[in-house]
Design a binder for this molecule. Structure first.
Ligand SMILES: NC(=O)c1ccc[n+]([C@@H]2O[C@H](COP(=O)([O-])OP(=O)(O)OC[C@H]3O[C@@H](n4cnc5c(N)ncnc54)[C@H](OP(=O)(O)O)[C@@H]3O)[C@@H](O)[C@H]2O)c1
Length: 260
């Protein structure tokens, strides 16, 4: 497994990120979800992504209370669009994750430049700032779901957004708002500015046929400008496949660096 620094956040993450967005589909209890997270940690996946809206923060919390907190980096999100909602969401995340702090907190699903600039989102950011000052949040960012073009422009140039979770896959599927080649340029620009970059939809939310998935996942690991490859793991065979591909990529990148 490769470990690297998540842009200017300074946080050390595993390149393979456990995306817990689909965990509810296969884990019918918090305990079984927690067991899956602990297995992922055993295999070296130290970067975990969740959100209030996924309902999987309690699953992660089940694992967190059985380990040392600093063993993992947890990124969560809130869709709250005002101060009050975001402040409540932060408290809920801390409680459900059984943690005294959140490593990364994202505004969930920025859908337009206007969305980012609303007075309400500014209120949510106020709650983020307060939590950061209180030591409850380490780093701040946003996810952009499937949007590129003006949305990427807006989030890249926001001075307080240090992390971007965006869509990227082998054929640029699911992207809206601009061409794929241009999206890769946006990602590169964000990376060069020191933003922490995570990519999602790498296997198009599971729509890629099973036989082709390794190739699509490898494409993700080959993207030099992505710090983290976020895969929506839901069971043990996914961990085996994804960790195998992450390790192969780490070996390849090490050889390339030595040769350079
Ligand atoms: N706006 C946002 O912030 C946002 C939006 C979407 C996702 N996310 C994050 O990104 C993560 C990834 O979600 P995604 O929508 O981008 O999906 P994805 O990773 O492209 O695909 C995940 C789906 O693929 C299937 N799958 C098959 N083989 C797999 C393997 N080896 N590893 C992982 N999954 C495999 C799983 O479905 P089966 O269970 O049916 O096999 C899973 O539900 C989510 O978990 C979440 O953390 C964030």
């Amino acid at each position: 497994m490769e470990y690297l620094v998540y842009g200017k956040t300074g946080l050390e993450i595993s390149r393979l990120c456990f995306g817990a967005g689909h965990l509810n589909h296969t884990c019918d209890s918090y305990e079984s979800g927690g067991q899956l997270m602990l297995k992922a940690l055993d295999e070296g996946i130290t970067f975990w992504d969740t959100a209030e809206g996924y309902g999987s923060q309690p699953h992660l919390g089940e694992a967190v209370c059985q380990i040392r907190r600093e063993e993992v980096v947890i990124q969560t999100k809130t869709s709250a669009k005002d101060y009050k909602g975001a402040a409540a969401s932060i408290k809920k995340a801390l409680r459900e994750l059984q943690s005294e702090y959140l490593d990364v907190l994202l505004l969930h699903g920025i859908s337009s430049p206007e969305d980012l600039a609303t007075r309400e989102r500014e209120g949510a950011l106020d709650a983020f700032r307060e939590a950061k000052a209180a030591g409850e949040v380490h780093s701040i960012g946003c996810s952009t779901h499937i949007y590129t073009g003006p949305v990427m422009d807006a989030v890249i140039h926001h001075p307080e957004i240090d992390v971007i979770l965006t869509t990227a896959n082998k054929e640029g599927r699911m992207l809206e708002g601009g061409p794929f080649a241009r999206h890769l340029e946006y990602i590169q620009r964000a990376y060069e500015l020191g933003k922490g970059i995570s990519i999602m939809k790498v296997i198009v939310a599971g729509k890629i046929p099973e036989a082709d998935r390794p190739e699509w996942i490898e494409w993700g690991f080959d993207l030099e400008t992505a710090h983290a490859i976020n895969l929506g793991i839901t069971d043990y065979p996914h961990i085996t496949l994804d960790v195998g591909l992450a390790r192969a990529s780490a070996r390849k990148r090490l050889i390339q660096r030595k040769a350079a």
